[in-house]
Design a protein. Structure first.
Length: 405
C-alpha cells in the first residue's frame, strides 16, 4: 500500500512540474508570440519547433531510456552516456542548421544560431531528467520543470527586448540544465567516455531514436504537413483546436519517467491480469480525458484566442481525442520497453507512420482540414490498438517460451 501511495505521489509531483512548464509555454509564450507577430508568424514558429523536436526530443529521450533500461539490470555510470550525447550534439546542431536555412521559413543569422542552441539544449534537457528517474526523486523532478517554466517567463522579457523568439525557450532549457548540474550527478564525467560496450549502447540508442523519431514525426505532423498543404494559418488552427489534448500528450515524458523508474526496480513479468487492467484503464482514460479537454477548450480558447474560437470549436472533440489516444499509447509503449523486446516500440511507431502516410495525407488532400482531423484520429486509434496488441502478444510469447524450457 505504501508503495502504491508513493507511486501516486510521485506521479502528481511529476505531472505538476510539467503542467507548470507547459502552462508557461502554451498559455504565456505562444499567445504572446501570436499577439506580437500574428497568426501566420505563430504558425511558422510552431512549424520550426516541430521540426526541431523530431531531432532534439528523440535524441534526448533515446539516451535517457537507454540508461533507464540498462539500470534495470546493472549499475550505470555517467560517462558512456555523456560520450553518446557529445556525438548527438553535433547531429542535433547540424539538423537545426538545415532546418533554419532549408526549412521553408526565413530566419536571420542570430535567430538561426539561437535556434541551433535551443535544439541542443532541448536534447540535453530531455536526457537530464534521468537524474530523477534513477533515484526516484520526483520532488526534485517537479522543481526541475518548474525552474524551466520560470526560465520561459524570463525569456519572454528577453524576447520583448531583442525580438529573437528562440531566446524565449532557450533561457528555460538552460535554467533546467544548470539546476541538474548544480544539484545532480548525471551531467558529471565519472570515468572513461568510451569503452568496450560503447557499440552496444550506440545500437540501443539508435533503435530507441528510430522509434522516438517516428513517434515525434507523427506527433508534430499536423504542423509539418499542414503548412505546405493548407498554409501556416491551418497550423495555428489545428494547434489551437487540440491545445488541451496536446498539453496532456506532453505529459507522456514525465509520467512515463515515473512508470519506467519504478518498473526498472521491478523484477517480475507483465501478467495477463495487469495487461487487462491497463487496457480497461486506457479506455476509461480516453473517454474522461477527451471530455475534460473538450470542456476545457470551450473555457480557455475564448480567453487566450478569442478571434479564432468560432472557426475551431467544431474540431475540439476529434482533435483532443487524437492527442489523448497518442498519450495513452505512449505510456503503453514505455511499459513494453521494460517487459518486451526493445524493437516493439519501433514496431508500434512504424505501423503508425505507415498508417499516417496512407490515411492522413490523402485525407487532407481530399477533405481539407476536416479530412486531416478525421485521418489523424484514425491513425492514433490504430497506434493505440497495435500497442495493446503487442502487450498481449508479449505475455503469450513469454508463457510459450517458458513452457518449452
Amino acid at each position: 500500500m505504501e508503495q502504491k501511495k508513493k507511486i501516486v505521489s510521485d506521479s502528481i509531483w511529476s505531472i505538476a512540474g510539467l503542467v507548470f512548464m507547459n502552462v508557461a509555454m502554451q498559455f504565456a509564450v505562444y499567445p504572446l508570440w501570436e499577439r506580437r507577430a500574428g497568426e501566420v508568424a505563430l504558425g511558422n514558429i510552431l512549424y520550426l519547433i516541430s521540426l526541431m523536436n523530431i531531432f532534439a526530443i528523440s535524441l534526448g529521450v533515446a539516451v535517457n531510456y537507454a540508461r533507464m533500461r540498462k539500470s534495470a539490470t546493472d549499475t550505470t555510470s555517467n560517462s558512456p552516456y555523456f560520450g553518446v550525447l557529445l556525438g548527438t550534439t553535433v547531429v542535433a546542431f547540424a539538423a537545426a542548421m538545415l532546418i533554419a536555412f532549408f526549412g521553408g521559413v526565413e530566419m536571420t543569422l542570430p535567430e538561426a544560431l539561437l535556434f541551433g542552441g535551443l535544439t541542443v539544449a532541448t536534447m540535453w534537457r530531455y536526457y537530464a531528467d534521468v537524474e530523477f528517474k534513477l533515484y526516484l526523486n520526483y520532488k526534485s523532478f517537479f522543481l526541475y520543470y518548474t525552474i524551466i517554466g520560470v526560465g520561459y517567463l524570463v525569456g519572454i522579457a528577453l524576447f520583448y527586448v531583442t525580438g529573437l523568439w528562440p531566446l524565449t525557450l532557450l533561457v528555460g532549457e538552460i535554467f533546467g540544465l544548470i539546476y541538474v548540474l548544480l544539484r545532480g550527478k548525471v551531467l558529471r564525467i565519472d570515468g572513461p567516455i568510451y569503452g568496450s560496450d560503447t557499440g552496444e549502447l550506440v545500437k540501443l540508442v539508435l533503435i530507441l531514436f528510430g522509434s522516438e523519431a517516428i513517434s515525434n514525426l507523427i506527433f508534430n505532423a499536423d504542423r509539418i504537413m499542414l503548412k505546405p498543404i493548407l498554409g501556416a494559418e491551418a497550423v495555428t488552427e489545428y494547434y489551437l483546436a487540440s491545445l488541451l489534448g496536446k498539453t496532456i500528450a506532453l505529459l507522456t515524458v514525465p509520467l512515463s519517467g515515473v512508470v519506467i523508474g519504478y518498473l526498472s526496480k521491478y523484477k517480475g513479468d507483465l501478467s495477463l491480469k495487469a495487461m487487462n487492467l491497463i487496457f480497461a484503464g486506457s479506455l476509461v482514460c480516453a473517454v474522461l480525458g477527451t471530455a475534460a479537454c473538450t470542456v476545457g477548450s470551450y473555457i480557455i480558447i475564448p480567453i487566450l484566442y478569442p478571434d479564432q474560437m468560432a472557426d475551431i470549436k467544431q474540431y475540439f472533440i476529434v482533435t483532443n481525442l487524437s492527442q489523448v489516444l497518442y498519450f495513452i499509447a505512449n505510456v503503453i509503449t514505455v511499459i513494453l520497453l521494460r517487459f518486451a523486446k526493445s524493437r516493439y516500440q519501433l514496431y508500434v511507431n512504424v505501423v503508425y507512420a505507415v498508417a499516417f502516410a496512407a490515411i492522413c495525407i490523402p485525407s487532407a488532400l481530399l477533405g481539407g482540414f476536416w479530412g486531416f482531423c478525421i485521418g489523424l484520429l484514425a491513425t492514433c486509434t490504430i497506434r493505440f490498438a497495435v500497442a495493446v496488441a503487442l502487450g498481449y502478444f508479449s505475455i503469450i510469447s513469454t508463457k510459450r517460451k517458458r513452457a518449452t524450457e
